[in-house]
Design a protein around this ligand. Structure first.
Ligand code: ATP
Ligand code: MG
Length: 322
């Protein structure tokens, strides 16, 4: 059965948390509103910050099918909406001719019927099965060209498409639309205006720590905290490509696989390729800069250790006094 939509921002936050997505309140708010107002949600942000994951999590949490349209340069209507199955149509025509059937009108009607229609993601999303409006993920829209964007504008305005041979197909209930972009180019204002917009930023240290603990629980608390601190500091450097959450999680998994319980200079140097994907960035961090970051991470960890040690001994002496 389809789960009902969340009724408040808190319920939306709960829903995301239950599906292992650690969101901040601003994301939960815009998502709640997008669901309530039946408007597409336009998510922009750097790579690996959890944009695509939102659509996946929504589909699971709301028990709706996920229909994904992966965008690329040259994406057109035949790959995104529908296409006629020409090969099957030709076979059908040949068989009719062979059996002496020469009624051209009947042939045309039949050949352009539902039977020969190949449904691509947008059409699938409009023709929902069992009355369950699906989650339609239009991923990495910035990779398409402007002609496709203009077409999408039409679809998102009316939630309908017209197939000349069949007529207009309109969604009984608009699908839940999530659009993502990595901002390699600006998307036209007209399209953005149809949507609610949210910039998905890198998480702060606390949220990133929660994500690591949730997704890679076996990495251990000390290692997770140091990894997050290192990554957070790395993002303040002038890198060609900052590590996203995906890289943080990969690093936690990699170091755990190497049986590490804390960062050390050798482990960091050996695994930089997990978090940095450009040689210039690796070269910049491998030397003194990386060592300086690690030193800061270690002294931060020590300070935190001393603080928590002091507060627990205070608590113990308070208990003893009581
Ligand atoms: N807030 C979060 N809570 C839990 N996991 C998260 C969160 N954000 C990101 N992740 C995890 O980080 C990884 C990367 O997320 P995702 O693929 O959604 O990023 P993206 O923004 O779509 O990146 P890209 O632009 O490269 O496609 C996923 O494995 C996802 O599970
Ligand atoms: Mg993505």
């Amino acid at each position: 059965m389809t789960s009902s939509l969340p009724k408040s921002i808190d319920e939306t936050l709960d829903l995301l948390t239950r599906s292992s997505y650690v969101a901040d309140r601003s994301l939960a708010t815009v998502l709640f509103l997008a669901l309530k107002m039946q408007r597409p949600l336009f998510l922009e942000g750097e790579a690996g910050v959890g944009k695509t994951e939102i659509a996946k999590v929504l589909s699971t949490a709301l028990d709706r099918p996920l229909i994904r349209l992966q965008c690329y340069e040259g994406l057109d209507i035949s790959s995104s909406v529908y296409e006629w199955n020409y090969a099957a149509q030709m076979v059908d025509i040949r068989m009719r001719e062979a059996s002496g059937d020469t009624n051209r009108d009947a042939m045309e009607d039949d050949v352009f019927s539902d039977r020969f229609l190949i449904r691509r993601p947008i059409l699938q999303a409009l023709e929902q099965v069992d009355g369950r409006a699906p989650v339609l993920l239009i991923d990495e829209l910035d990779r398409t060209d402007e002609a496709f964007e203009a077409f999408l504008l039409e679809v998102l305005s009316d939630f309908q498409v017209t197939i000349p041979e069949l007529g207009t197909i309109r969604a009984a209930e608009p699908p839940i639309v999530i659009i993502t972009t990595n901002r390699t180019r600006e998307i036209h204002d007209a399209l953005k205006r149809r949507c609610l917009y949210h910039w998905v930023d890198y998480p702060d240290a606390e949220r990133e720590f929660d994500i690591v603990r949730l997704k890679v629980p076996d990495a251990g608390e000390t290692l997770s905290r140091e990894i997050v601190d290192y990554i957070q500091r790395l993002r303040t450097k002038e890198l060609f490509k900052n590590p996203g959450i995906a890289e943080t999680l990969d690093w936690a998994t990699a170091l755990m696989e190497l049986d590490k319980v804390a960062l050390d200079p050798q482990a960091v140097s050996d695994t930089l390729g997990v978090i940095l994907k450009y040689q210039d960035d690796i070269a910049a961090i491998q030397g003194t800069e990386g060592a300086a970051i690690l030193k800061e991470v270690k002294s931060q960890a020590q300070a935190e250790g001393a603080r928590s040690g002091a507060s627990s001994s205070n608590a113990a002496s308070a208990t003893n006094e009581a």
